[in-house]
Structures are given as structure tokens and as C-alpha cells.
Write a protein that binds this ligand. Structure first.
Ligand SMILES: NC(=O)c1ccc[n+]([C@@H]2O[C@H](COP(=O)([O-])OP(=O)(O)OC[C@H]3O[C@@H](n4cnc5c(N)ncnc54)[C@H](O)[C@@H]3O)[C@@H](O)[C@H]2O)c1
Length: 267
């Protein structure tokens, strides 16, 4: 990004779910704008690839392989992240898991706990630890969580996923209140239909070529005029909103859940 002001120079960003999709696109965007990036994910090969991309863009990077559903692994990941970077100015809690194939009768306690551990509990405990360091160091921190339009209006009928994303929006508001006195903002982005590997599990289940499910859902959403801008979203659409929320331009915004969804959701 030659010639573009590097507005995140000197800032450290921790991104979870950084192996692919929205997380990887955002890691590269932050790096292009001068930030150093700690990239965390359960997918070892892909998260190392993301870290290598950040390095290639001229920024410091660290790959952190971690299963965020496990509290001891999460705390060890944070030990390593803080050990290497000292402090984080920006935290992007983006890792998420869906339950698109779990029907009402199939939902058991283990599935419920697993999805909530990744989608809600991990963002809280990451914030608890990293915000303390922001406060101690008087950093004007930025925390951004990836929720979903499904967390506002449940269109697909998913139970665990949609309710966990509603909970994440609630957590965003609670933490915004908690950290506002310390100049730390907490916001969420709510993607609609974004073409990322999260949809590929559905392709496998339906034994269809990769990309089929998102294509089907996008086309039917356009036909039904649910999706107003008639194209599927790309990870960079979300990265655009995340860097805005992380920037000084968003310093008077907190507790918000911003839709980036081609008009699927209006509230
Ligand atoms: N793609 C969409 O249409 C869409 C829509 C709404 C919300 N979202 C949300 O966007 C976020 C990013 O998803 P994406 O679409 O880029 O898909 P993605 O599959 O590319 O990214 C999700 C990442 O989370 C990681 N992850 C899952 N479980 C983990 C665990 N236990 N520990 C560590 N990492 C784990 C995955 O390995 C993956 O890299 C998710 O929170 C998702 O719910 C996506």
C-alpha cells in the first residue's frame, strides 16, 4: 500500500480465527497499514501462512496455534502473545464456529458448551487479560468482536450459533460499559453472507463442490430480496469495517454492532 498513510504503525494487533477468511484478510489489511500482528487459530498450517503473509508485508508477526475452546490453551496462548508483543492496542476476537447442521433434536450439552466456549467465552477471557494490560499501560485500546447478522435477526433457524452471536453482541455492550472510563472501545461487526471457508463444511455434508452452499444461499437471498446488494460479501468487506473501528476515526463509537451485510439486516 505504497503512498497510503500507515495509520496503525507502532500498534500491535491480536487476531483470532486468523487462519483463513475474514481473520486472514484483516491480518493482511492491518499489516498493510503498518500494524504488527499476532495471528491465532487452531489450524496450524494456515495460521503460519497468515503470519508469513504479514511478514511478507514488512511487519512483525507471530503464529499462535491454539484451541480456544480450552481455557488452559487460551491462557498459554495469551502468555506467548504477551511474552512476544508486551501489549496489544487492538484485539480482534474473530474466531467462530457454526452449528448450521445441528438440528434441534441433535443439540446436546457438549455441542452447546463447545460453540459457546469459542464464540462467547474465549472473547471474554481474552479481553479480561489484554484489557488489563491496556489499562495498566494507559493504551487507548480497541476491541472488535465478530458477531453476525444472525445474532440480530435469526433467519436460518440455527439455535446455538445464532444465540451465541446474540450473546456476543450483549458481551460487546457489557464490555463497552466496563472499559469506557479507560478510553477502550468495544464494538462488534456483524457479517452477512461472506464467502469464506466457514461455508465449506456445508459443501462436504451435502457432498457438493466447494463453494456450492454459499452460492446457493446467496442466489436465493438475492431472489427473495433479503440480500439487497446483489453479490456475496468478501472477507475484505469486513476488514474495511474492522480497521475503521480500530482507527482514531471511531474514537466516539462503543458498544455498537455494525452490520456489513449488503442490506440483509437494517437494525
Ligand atoms: N462467512 C460468513 O458468512 C459469516 C457470517 C457471519 C459471521 N461470520 C463470523 O465470522 C468469523 C470468521 O469466520 P469466517 O467466515 O472468516 O470463516 P473461517 O472458517 O475462515 O474462519 C473462522 C476461523 O475460526 C477458527 N476457529 C474455529 N474454532 C476454533 C478454535 N477452537 N480455536 C481457534 N480457532 C478456531 C477456524 O479455524 C477458522 O480459521 C466467525 O466468527 C464467523 O462466525 C461469518
Amino acid at each position: 500500500m505504497d503512498g497510503v498513510m500507515k495509520r496503525f504503525s507502532g500498534r500491535n494487533v491480536l487476531i483470532t480465527g486468523a487462519a483463513t477468511g475474514i481473520g486472514r484478510a484483516t491480518a493482511c489489511r492491518f499489516a498493510r497499514e503498518g500494524a504488527d500482528v499476532a495471528a491465532c487459530d487452531i489450524k496450524e498450517k494456515e495460521v503460519h501462512e497468515t503470519a508469513a503473509m504479514v511478514k511478507e508485508l514488512g511487519q512483525k508477526s507471530l503464529a499462535l496455534v491454539c484451541d480456544l475452546s480450552k481455557m488452559d490453551a487460551l491462557q498459554k496462548m495469551l502468555d506467548a502473545a504477551v511474552g512476544e508483543f508486551g501489549q496489544f492496542h487492538i484485539v480482534f476476537n474473530n474466531a467462530g464456529i457454526g452449528d448450521t447442521n445441528a438440528f434441534y433434536e441433535d443439540i446436546d450439552s457438549a455441542l452447546w458448551d463447545w460453540i459457546y466456549a469459542i464464540n462467547v467465552k474465549a472473547p471474554f477471557f481474552i479481553c479480561q487479560r489484554l484489557a488489563k494490560i491496556m489499562i495498566d499501560n494507559r493504551v487507548k485500546g480497541r476491541i472488535i468482536n465478530t458477531a453476525s447478522t444472525e445474532g440480530k435477526t435469526n433467519r436460518a433457524g440455527s439455535i446455538v450459533y445464532a444465540s451465541s452471536k446474540s450473546a456476543l453482541i450483549g458481551l460487546t455492550q457489557a464490555l463497552a460499559i466496563q472499559f469506557a472510563p479507560f478510553d477502550i472501545t468495544v464494538n462488534a461487526v456483524c457479517p452477512g453472507l461472506i464467502d469464506t471457508p466457514i461455508w465449506h463444511r456445508g459443501d462436504k455434508v451435502m457432498e457438493m463442490p466447494e463453494g456450492s452452499v454459499i452460492k446457493m444461499v446467496t442466489e436465493s437471498s438475492i431472489d427473495a430480496r433479503i440480500l439487497k446488494i446483489p453479490r456475496v460479501g468478501v472477507p475484505e468487506d469486513i476488514a474495511n469495517a474492522v480497521v475503521f473501528l480500530a482507527s482514531d476515526d471511531a474514537s466516539y463509537m462503543t458498544g455498537q454492532a455494525i452490520n456489513v451485510c449488503g442490506g440483509i439486516e437494517f437494525h
